[in-house]
Design a protein around this ligand. Structure first.
Ligand SMILES: *[C@@H]1O[C@H](CO)[C@@H](O)[C@H](O)[C@H]1NC(C)=O
Ligand SMILES: *[C@@H]1O[C@H](CO)[C@@H](O)[C@H](O)[C@H]1NC(C)=O
Ligand SMILES: *[C@@H]1O[C@H](CO)[C@@H](O)[C@H](O)[C@H]1NC(C)=O
Length: 316
């Protein structure tokens, strides 16, 4: 009897594993949610294994793999049911134009941690159910702006940790259901970063990681534009921001010098020491060119200056 039970158990396990013991893929049945999953790791090709997945699969997860290209029509067979396609950390460099064709029910497309350099519009034709698009941790330098009009239901859009310098911030207005965006850790050109921040702010989109490194700068730039000191992307705006930074650094340092006990924020002190020789009167004329160059490389100066957040309002 015990023996029989073992055979039964073995058979069940074997069937769950579907094919040969060596398959890098497993079927997963989520009885509670009624989902049918298919999960693989260590793949070097897609097609061979996807054939093992049931036609009514709702979740496909492939990770820790080395698939340089996703061929056209790879997932079309699952079009009627597939809701989540998670291809993270799979070494993907390119996806054919028709790679995701037919995925009209897809709600989540996870492509984080790959080697993508461009996001073409072709991928998203008829993918109008999509709610979450995760492109974080790639090498993306450009996004086809047509995707903004193709994804009316997009709620979560993540493209932090990429190589984006510019983006058409106006296009975000097409994403009427957008709730959450991650865009930090890209080498943004400063006016674009600032404008994207405001655009998302206007749309009441939650962009949480903005605060960590550039928020202070955004507030100052906004302040400068709104007080008529220039229009983006004019350097006049940045000059204005530099001026505010200098003034602030000055005020902070003298306040701290007056106090005998307070330990001066090391970064602020360094910054003031850097700036001081250039300007004995921070509000007067200064060699803003030099300062601006320093400031444009904000990532080295501003993030540790948490103290710099204090004199300006965080949210308006
Ligand atoms: C999916 O298809 C299999 C047969 O291939 C069936 O046994 C299973 O019940 C189906 N699951 C759902 C959730 O429809
Ligand atoms: C991935 O596969 C390519 C060949 O397709 C190979 O050159 C490369 O070394 C592999 N990378 C890893 C991390 O296995
Ligand atoms: C700083 O420069 C401005 C404009 O040149 C001048 O009006 C002001 O008096 C100066 N302040 C100090 C403390 O020198």
């Amino acid at each position: 009897m015990k023996h029989l039970l073992l055979i039964c158990l073995f058979y069940t396990l074997f069937e769950a594993g579907l094919s040969a013991e060596k398959s890098p893929c497993v079927q997963i049945t989520y009885t509670r949610t009624n989902n049918v999953g298919f999960r693989c790791t260590q793949l070097t090709t897609l097609q061979k294994y996807l054939d093992q997945a049931r036609a009514n699969t709702t979740i496909i997860t492939i990770f820790d793999s080395n698939i340089s290209n996703v061929p056209g029509h790879s997932f079309a067979r699952f079009g009627a049911t597939l809701m989540t396609l998670d291809l993270h950390e799979s070494g993907i460099q390119t996806c054919d134009a028709q790679a995701f064709v037919g995925l009209t029910k897809l709600k989540k497309l996870m492509l984080w941690g790959n080697k993508l350099t461009f996001v073409p519009g072709d991928w998203f034709v008829y993918m109008y159910s999509l709610q979450t698009l995760d492109l974080s941790f790639n090498f993306i330098q450009g996004i086809d702006y047509t995707i903004f009009q193709m994804l009316p239901n997009l709620e979560n859009f993540y493209f932090d940790y990429n190589q984006l310098r510019y983006i058409d911030y106006n296009m975000f207005a097409y994403l009427g259901n957008l709730k959450r965006v991650k865009f930090s850790k890209n080498p943004w050109s400063w006016p674009y970063r600032a404008r994207l921040t405001w655009q998302l702010e206007n749309q009441k989109v939650d962009a949480p990681d903005v605060w960590e490194d550039w928020n202070w700068m955004n507030v100052v730039i906004k302040d400068c534009v709104e007080s008529g000191r220039g229009e983006l992307p004019s350097d006049k705006v940045l000059d204005c921001a530099v001026e505010k930074l200098l003034t602030f650094a000055y005020e902070t340092s003298s306040a701290q010098e007056r106090s005998s006990t307070a330990g001066c924020n090391e970064q602020a002190r360094k910054l003031v020491r850097c700036m001081r020789p250039m300007s004995t009167n921070a509000t007067g004329d200064t060699d803003y060119e030099t300062v601006r160059r320093i400031l444009e490389d904000y990532s080295t100066i501003l993030p540790p200056m948490g103290i710099a957040l204090s004199p300006f309002p965080l949210k308006r």
